[in-house]
Design a protein around this ligand. Structure first.
Ligand SMILES: CCCCCCCC(=O)CC(=O)SCCNC(=O)CCNC(=O)[C@H](O)C(C)(C)COP(=O)(O)OP(=O)(O)OC[C@H]1O[C@@H](n2cnc3c(N)ncnc32)[C@H](O)[C@@H]1OP(=O)(O)O
Ligand SMILES: NC(=O)C1=CN([C@@H]2O[C@H](COP(=O)(O)OP(=O)(O)OC[C@H]3O[C@@H](n4cnc5c(N)ncnc54)[C@H](O)[C@@H]3O)[C@@H](O)[C@H]2O)C=CC1
Length: 719
């Protein structure tokens, strides 16, 4: 809806009304068309201001309408009518002007923004392009290079940057609508010829062809198979090389293809999935809407290694006071320096002062006595963590939340060493912790709803997407990684190379294949976990027992590399070789290929041809199958939780929606059939045995992903 009011005798104010973000639903578009007709036809109205209710201009098209039968007035003629009208229209931008919202503002003749407003064209994140003239008007207004950057990245700009770029005419700290009315009064009756952006010539970047070839190359490289960024470049090229009308036609054609694409559906699903995970619930009945978080003003981090440093930075940047504890003097000194560097770089990026003053350092635990919450990030060692939890229980206030960043240890066991087990939860960050968007909040059977709610909210304050998950080995993300890695090892035994496996996964859209990724994170990490699980048997490198554990197939390949000191990038060799320890560029390693041949010969394995399709099916379907088990076990509440974890924490390509959504695009019956096929070929691999929930969903006609939660609930209640 939109409201019309006449102010100062001659300014028609059109207010968009569609909480919470004034998205351009059919009703809002109808409202704008009607109210603009009124404003343009009534003689006493000399100029117009468009603004949004509740301090938010407009969040763009109503994404909930996409994929449905769209009705109501289309945006393009609506915006054209505003621009071509005879009365000046001023956009009063408070809060946000995003997507179609910014396009609406670009159709106005003047734009005033509040200093706290953010503007952007984020359509690319939804698998689309700004198809209400955004790709044609923005480059005419701010030049092709700046428009290209904003449209292909979907980046939001502050009002100050928008002013610098020329996207807005004025920025105000005061009342934006009042300022817009003032401007509207002052420009009433003046010529609008110079204010209609669609009439501007598009400034051509020098060396047009070269410019766009380079842009296309860069976008293709970073888009990893996503269509929308490529279409954005094509639309910008049309803006730079064709008249406005033809550019608009090209924008429409490109949008028509994107709008109905699977990628757009996946990205829009993911948009809502990220929000759905905030509405968490646990099998014991705790819920987001009935659990009240406690405020956290002061927190402590114990252990300032790789993870502790990033967590300290993220907490300080979120405005909390932090006590950072590290017992090893040398580590403490190095950590101080590293944290300062991270704060400096972060502050520079965000245009604020570094939050040095928020952090105090200590080499013992005593200063944590008055904190509201502690995050423990010492070595992954149950005994060490146990003793720290016992000490914290003595030192901290009785109501302090005790959190652990363990990547897989039993939260409940740890809780049993705390004075108040109900205050214990896992806060599983991902490296680098001040950058990665994901936080798994792990609740144990004794964690209180308030502890879960507090950790979830703290994650959000740290600019993370928090996902609540149950307690089991590896939680959600690392648990699903296990069968995925296992299949990759088996494929090497059967004849593949790390290069072939990685290429298949990278072409699928992962930033890094499984082997390049394990070289980066360190092969020793998994080796330590396998040792702790009793899977690493020294001296069992030949003979049938070497490739079997507890009756199931096992590949000792990773263990054998670690025994040779090949831990990945840090030692200069792993699945690939590097120029030096710490080197980043993975090169194919003839030694490794020889090693694999020898290994196969030692174990009587005949190498066969493995193709990319088999790599994808074996690795990804095994991972997806584990995802269904996790849903069945109630460790994740719904498929959205798993998908958010995989996209934000494990580099699953966003335009494929996440593993569970991807399964629906392949077809659940197809996934089931292929798992059955591979399990028949490898009956000693339980990860390939289709799980019950997958079978049930297929038997129930493969319901769409958004209805699985209900289905899972029902099928659990029958158990
Ligand atoms: C051939 C067809 C031609 C079609 C032409 C189309 C032309 C186009 O140019 C297409 C577009 O505009 S696409 C839309 C572009 N806009 C966006 O992507 C903005 C997305 N929203 C945001 O970034 C944040 O929500 C925002 C920054 C706005 C607010 O963040 P907050 O953290 O404050 O709040 P959230 O929790 O994210 O959101 C609050 C509730 O609002 C829902 N929502 C947000 N943006 C929406 C939008 N654009 N449409 C519909 N619902 C939207 C959001 O889901 C959440 O709802 P609940 O989950 O129910 O709480
Ligand atoms: N490295 C990674 O990618 C991830 C690690 N994790 C988990 O985070 C935790 C920490 O891992 P990293 O940071 O990689 O380890 P790290 O080895 O880099 O750092 C551990 C730090 O704890 C310190 N420390 C040991 N005992 C201490 C004590 N009693 N008091 C204070 N400090 C003490 C050590 O001196 C060291 O600086 C582990 O539980 C790990 O499983 C979780 C997610 C990802």
């Amino acid at each position: 809806m939109a409201l019309f009011t006449l102010v100062s005798g001659s300014v028609g104010v059109v207010t968009l009304q569609n909480p919470p973000v004034n998205a351009l639903s059919a009703a809002v578009r109808h409202g704008i068309v009607d109210m603009m007709d009124k404003a343009l036809s009534e003689p006493e109205v000399k100029s117009v201001v468009i603004c949004g209710q509740n301090g938010r201009f407009c969040g763009g098209a109503d994404i909930k309408e996409f994929g449905k039968n769209m009705t109501g007035p289309p945006l393009v003629p609506m915006i054209h009518r505003i621009e071509s009208g005879a009365k000046p229209v001023v956009a009063a931008i408070e809060g946000i002007a995003l997507g179609g919202g910014l396009e609406l503002a670009l159709g106005c003749h003047y734009r005033i923004a509040h200093s706290k407003a953010r503007l952007g064209l984020p359509e690319v994140h939804l698998g689309l392009l700004p198809a209400a003239g955004g790709t044609q008007r923005l480059p005419r207004l701010i030049g092709v290079p700046a428009a290209l950057e904003l449209i292909t990245t979907g980046r939001y700009v502050t009002a100050a940057e928008a002013l610098r770029l020329g996207m807005v005419d004025e920025v105000t700290d005061g009342n934006t609508v009042d300022a817009a009315v003032k401007l509207a009064l002052s420009v009433a009756g003046k010529s609008l010829d110079a204010r209609r952006i669609s009439n501007y010539p598009c400034p051509q970047p020098p060396g047009l062809d070269r410019f766009f070839e380079t842009a296309m190359q860069q976008v293709r490289q970073s888009a990893r198979g996503a269509m929308a960024p490529v279409a954005c470049v094509q639309a910008l090229r049309a803006a730079a090389s064709q008249p406005y009308g033809e550019g608009m036609q090209r924008e429409k054609e490109l949008m028509d293809t994107l709008f109905h694409s699977g990628q757009a559906r996946a990205l829009q699903y993911f948009f809502f999935a990220q929000r759905a995970v905030g509405r968490w619930s646990t099998p014991s009945g705790s819920r987001w809407d009935s659990s009240k978080p406690r405020p956290v003003h002061k927190a402590a981090v114990v252990g300032l290694g790789t993870m502790g440093r990033g967590i300290t930075v993220a907490l300080a940047q979120a405005g909390l006071s932090v006590v950072a504890v590290e017992t090893h003097e040398k580590q403490l000194m190095e950590a101080r320096q590293a944290v300062s560097g991270m704060l400096e770089r972060g502050a520079k990026r965000r245009g604020v002062a570094p939050a040095y003053g928020k952090i105090s350092y200590s080499s013992d635990l005593l200063p944590v006595a008055d904190v509201d919450l502690v995050i423990e990030a010492v070595f992954e060692d149950m005994e060490l963590k146990r003793s720290i939890f016992e000490q914290l229980s003595e030192i901290c206030k009785p109501d302090t939340f005790l959190c652990t960043n363990t990547s897989g240890l039993d939260i409940d066991r740890l809780a049993s060493h705390a004075r108040n087990p109900e205050l214990v939860v896992g806060m599983h960050f991902f490296a680098p912790a001040h950058v990665m968007k994901l936080l798994e909040v792990v609740y144990g059977p004794r964690s209180s709803p308030q502890a879960v709610a507090t950790a979830m909210l703290l994650g959000r304050k740290m600019d993370k997407v928090s996902v609540a998950v149950g307690n089991c080995p590896g939680f959600v993300g690392n648990r699903m990684l296990k069968p995925y890695l296992e299949q990759a090892f088996f494929l090497l035994e059967e004849g593949a190379t790390p290069e072939l496996v990685d290429q298949a996964l990278e072409e699928f859209g992962f930033a890094m294949g499984v082997f390049r990724m394990s070289d980066l994170s360190g092969l020793d990490v998994g080796w330590r976990v396998r040792k702790a699980d009793g899977l690493v048997v020294a001296g069992a490198s030949t003979g049938p027992s070497a490739r079997s554990r507890r009756g199931f197939r096992y590949s000792p390949l990773g263990d054998l590399l670690c025994e040779r000191g090949r831990f990945g990038q840090k030692t200069g060799s792993g699945w690939y070789r590097y120029d030096k320890p710490g080197g980043r560029v993975a090169k194919s390693d003839p030694w490794l290929h020889g090693f694999l041949e020898q290994y196969r010969a030692d174990h009587g394995l005949a190498a066969r041809r493995v193709d990319q399709q088999e790599v994808l099916e074996r690795c990804l379907y095994a991972l997806i199958n584990e995802g269904f088990r996790i849903l069945e076990d109630g460790i994740a509440a719904g498929p959205e939780d798993i998908d958010v974890i995989y996209v934000l924490g494990y580099g699953w390509p966003r335009h494929r929606g996440g593993p569970m959504f991807y399964a629906t695009t392949v077809g659940l019956s197809e996934v089931l059939e292929r798992l059955e096929h591979h399990h028949r070929a490898h009956p000693d691999v339980p990860g390939l045995q289709p799980c019950r929930l997958l079978r049930k969903l297929v038997a129930s006609g493969s319901p769409p992903v958004h209805s699985w939660r209900e289905f899972i609930k029902k099928s659990r209640s029958h158990l």
